[in-house]
Design a protein around this ligand. Structure first.
Ligand code: AP5
Length: 209
C-alpha cells in the first residue's frame, strides 16, 4: 500500500506514522526527518537547507523531488510506503505521479488552534527522532528520551515566528493538494483532533485496516 500523509505542521503526521508503521509494516519516509538528519550530519544537503527550514519556508521542488525519487527506488519501498511531508506543492504531486502510483492520501483534519497547541509543546529526541509533548506526552525524565536516552530538545522551526510562516506556507502551497487528490478520488479524511489512541482508531476505520 502506497500512502501519503497530508496535513498542516503539527497535525500529528509523524506521531500517527510511528503507529501506522507497526500496523501496516511499511517504511515511514519523512522528508522533514531526512532533511533534519542531513542538517545534523552537516552534509552538503544539510548545509543547503538549514536556513530555509529554520525560517519555516519550503525547500525547492527540484531538490525535494530528486530526494524522494531516489528514496522510493530503494528495495524497502517497493512493497509500499507511508510518505509523510511529501508532496507539499502541486508540482511535487505531479512529479510523484510520474514515478509512483499512490493508493490513498490521508488528510489530517485539524483546526489551527490544536496545531498551535501541539507545536508549542513539542519536544523531539535529537538522537532517534521520537516525538514528545510537554503536556500530552512527556518523557519519564525531563529532557531525556525514553527510547534511547538521547537529548530531548525543541526544534528550531517550532519557534513562534517559524510556526506562523509554516502555517502560511501550508495554506498557500500545500492545502491546494486536498482538492487535487479529492478530485482523483484518493483522499480520505481522518479526524486528527482527539488523543493519539483515538486518532489511530480513526485511521484504522478510514482505511479499513
Ligand atoms: P516536517 O518535518 O515534515 O514538518 P511538518 O509537516 O511541519 O510536520 P511536523 O513534523 O511539524 O508535524 P507532524 O504533523 O509530524 O506532527 P507531530 O506528529 O510531530 O518538515 C519540516 C520542514 O522541512 C518544512 O517546514 C520544510 O522546510 C522542509 N520540508 C519537508 N518536506 C518538504 C517538502 N516536501 N518540500 C519542501 N520542503 C519540505 O506532532 C506534533 C506534536 O503534537 C508532538 O509534540 C506530538 O507529541 C503531539 N501530538 C501528536 N498527535 C497528538 C494527539 N493526537 N494528541 C495530542 N498531542 C499530539
Amino acid at each position: 500500500m502506497k500512502l501519503i500523509f497530508l496535513g498542516p505542521p503539527g497535525a500529528g503526521k509523524g506521531t500517527l506514522a510511528a503507529k501506522a508503521v507497526e500496523i501496516l509494516k511499511l517504511p515511514h519516509i519523512s522528508t522533514g526527518a531526512i532533511f533534519r538528519a542531513a542538517i545534523a550530519a552537516k552534509s552538503p544537503l544539510g548545509l543547503k537547507v538549514k536556513a530555509i527550514i529554520d525560517a519555516g519556508k519550503l525547500v525547492d521542488d527540484e531538490t525535494t523531488i530528486a530526494l524522494v525519487k531516489e528514496r522510493l527506488s530503494q528495495a524497502d519501498a517497493q512493497k509500499g510506503y507511508i510518505l509523510d511531508g511529501f508532496p507539499r506543492t502541486i508540482p511535487q504531486a505531479e512529479a510523484l505521479a510520474a514515478f509512483s502510483a499512490v493508493d490513498q492520501v490521508v488528510n489530517f483534519d485539524i483546526p489551527d488552534s490544536s496545531v498551535l497547541e501541539r507545536l508549542g509543546g513539542r519536544r523531539v529526541c535529537r538522537a532517534c527522532g521520537t516525538n514528545y509533548h510537554q503536556v500530552f506526552n512527556k518523557p519519564k525524565q525531563d529532557g531525556v528520551c525514553d527510547s534511547c536516552g538521547g537529548e530531548v530538545y525543541t526544534r528550531d522551526d517550532d519557534k513562534a515566528e517559524a510556526v506562523q510562516k509554516r502555517l502560511e506556507v501550508y495554506r498557500d502551497q500545500t492545502a491546494p493538494l486536498i482538492g487535487f487528490y479529492r478530485g482523483k478520488g484518493l483522499l480520505i479524511d481522518v479526524d486528527a483532533r482527539p488523543a493519539v489512541e483515538q486518532v489511530v482508531e480513526n485511521f484504522r476505520k478510514a482505511l479499513g485496516v
